[in-house]
Design a protein around this ligand. Structure first.
Ligand code: CP3
Length: 351
């Protein structure tokens, strides 16, 4: 009852993302809500399917808060999916149980005419309601993160129609019909920026843009199709919501992480599992906060693989200008106790 909501600047995640020294080293995990938690599987069972789940604010808010009830995490990330944006643009999206996402694929330039952002916010109203519900219940000192997929990764699902092995259809479209592809990216920049603005207005205090498939692009396309659209989204979001911290996660960008840091458009960079930490400390951290990058399989295995993995990250990148996270999402086979071990190790070692 006498719980006074913490001021934004009392939240370690927000302090760190803004480049201030924090009361403690913040930690949250990509895909911290999900199938590795039995209580997630239980609420998931109440929805008709995964899309329905994402659009049920009562169930989605519950899934968002579950990991914070179990673990001493510094943030909740709204339970939703990157594919709600193609859905809101008018594309057919569904999930096949055990297989993953399916979309009615874009095959030719003409198919783009069927997509429109006109109804974006009303169609995603349930996501914003979820954020409002979570914001009202968030424990003191914890931050609420909103998110979206980056245009390149969204385009990959929209053109491939599913997760791909080689992205040949996507690349054939992008290289072969560059004008149509640029139009698609422009539509996605507009849609993602507006979706993030609406999330912030509904209570998100920081956002992450996931470019899960950035790593399949060669140069110079990585800069043109991953970095540039993400930077434009960050600029539009900041113009509408001054001061909102933006985390970019260009998974697999390799040396081009350097260009992401130099761009100056992002408050933090999510490092993928393979990025060398010494290089990141030397080349990225002077310019930006970094987040990452424990191998999710070390979390799954636990024990000394986990504790050594944690210690290596804290030594190389901590304790300042670091948000502890994984290098990719929590795997469904992960024992929940390992997440508790991970948080305890970060809390015990961080100064
Ligand atoms: O991090 C969180 O806890 C918030 C929730 C979240 C989900 N998806 C829930 C989800 C977030 C941030 C995402 C992002 C997302 N979705 C990405 C980018 C991050 C990444 O992993 O690279 C991508 C590429 C997607 C698209 C997507 N959604 C795929 C490929 C799949 C199938 C793979 C899988 O793990 O089953 C999904 C489904 C999905 N999204 C699940 C969850 C918890 C599992 C669905 C289920 O419960 O059956």
């Amino acid at each position: 009852m006498d719980d006074v909501p913490a001021r934004a600047d009392d939240k370690p995640l927000l302090q760190t993302l803004k480049g201030q020294s924090a009361d403690r080293l913040p930690i949250w995990l990509m895909r911290q809500a999900g199938r590795y938690l039995p209580e997630y599987r239980e609420v998931r069972g109440k929805a008709k399917n995964f899309i329905d789940f994402c659009f049920r604010p009562d169930l989605a808010a519950e899934a968002t808060l579950q990991p914070l009830r179990r673990f001493d995490l510094d943030a909740a990330i709204v339970f939703s999916d990157i594919l709600v944006v193609p859905l809101a643009l008018g594309q057919k999206v569904w999930f096949e149980e055990g297989k993953g996402p399916r979309l009615e694929a874009i095959e030719k330039a003409d198919d783009l005419a069927k997509l429109s952002a006109d109804e974006l916010e009303p169609r995603l109203a349930a996501v914003y309601e979820t954020l409002e519900a979570v914001a009202a219940e968030l424990p003191a000192g914890r931050a609420l993160i909103g998110f979206a997929g980056a245009p390149w990764t969204l385009a990959s699902y929209m053109i491939e129609g599913q997760t791909s092995r080689d992205f040949a259809r996507l690349k054939r479209f992008a290289y072969g019909q560059p004008e149509a592809f640029e139009r698609l990216l422009a539509l996605l920049v507009e849609a993602v920026a507006r979706h993030l603005v609406a999330q912030v207005r509904a209570g998100a205090e920081a956002v992450q843009i996931f470019d899960s498939w950035a790593g399949v692009l060669p140069q110079p396309e990585l800069k043109a199709w991953s970095l540039a659209p993400m930077a434009e989204i960050a600029r539009r979001l900041r113009a509408a919501c001054p001061g909102i911290p933006v985390i970019a996660f260009p998974r697999g960008a390799g040396l081009t992480y350097g260009a992401f840091a130099e761009e100056g458009a992002f408050d933090a960079l999510g490092l993928d599992t393979t990025l060398p930490r010494g290089w990141a400390a030397e080349r990225l951290q002077p310019k930006t906060v970094v987040q990452g990058n424990l191998d999710p399989v070390k979390l799954l295995v636990g024990g000394s693989a986990l504790t050594r993995g944690v210690d290596e990250i804290l030594e190389a990148l901590g304790p300042q200008r670091l948000v502890f996270n994984l290098g990719h999402g929590v795997l469904p086979e992960t024992p929940p106790e390992h997440v508790a071990d991970l948080v305890a190790r970060v809390r015990g070692t961080a100064s």
